[in-house]
Design a protein around this ligand. Sequence first.
Ligand SMILES: [Zn+2]
Length: 173
Amino acid sequence: METYYRIDRNYQIVDVGGAWDDFAISNGSDECVSKYVIGDNLRNHITGDVIWMWFEALVTGVFVSGKTVERDYRCDAPYARRLFKLTCVLEAPETICFTHKLISEEAMDTTVAISTPTRLSNTTPRCSICNSVYLDGEWQDPFSLNRDLMLQATYTMCESCRDADADLSARSA
Ligand SMILES: [Zn+2]
């Protein structure tokens, strides 16, 4: 399963494609890549200031260096761990193509249902890169708890993902 979209220098989405419709449907309410619309601004589809800053660093680095950047990330389904690879390619002087490809999917015995908050209390920070959630004072894989979870999550990045991408613009594939 693979989807892609292209943006211009103003983060406007100029093209989407791949297994787009299938993915949007199977992804349900997922926030990861399913809701981008041509002509819309990517900013409207990235939840959380921290992850938006990460995207800006990524985009700026690709435009400046011209180098392809790859980053693995988790975008789980409620019933499965799913690992994706994001690839960012400078295709023309003014366009970057993002490709999201499913690398692996591992069905789980427990269910992790994560929704966006309907109110500001009782929210759980969730890392948009590794999918860990901040529970009981530490970042943990939600499936590692071996129990069903229902969480209202705010989207951010955990410390280890921030550290790993501290120099994101210098990465190249
Ligand atoms: Zn993380």
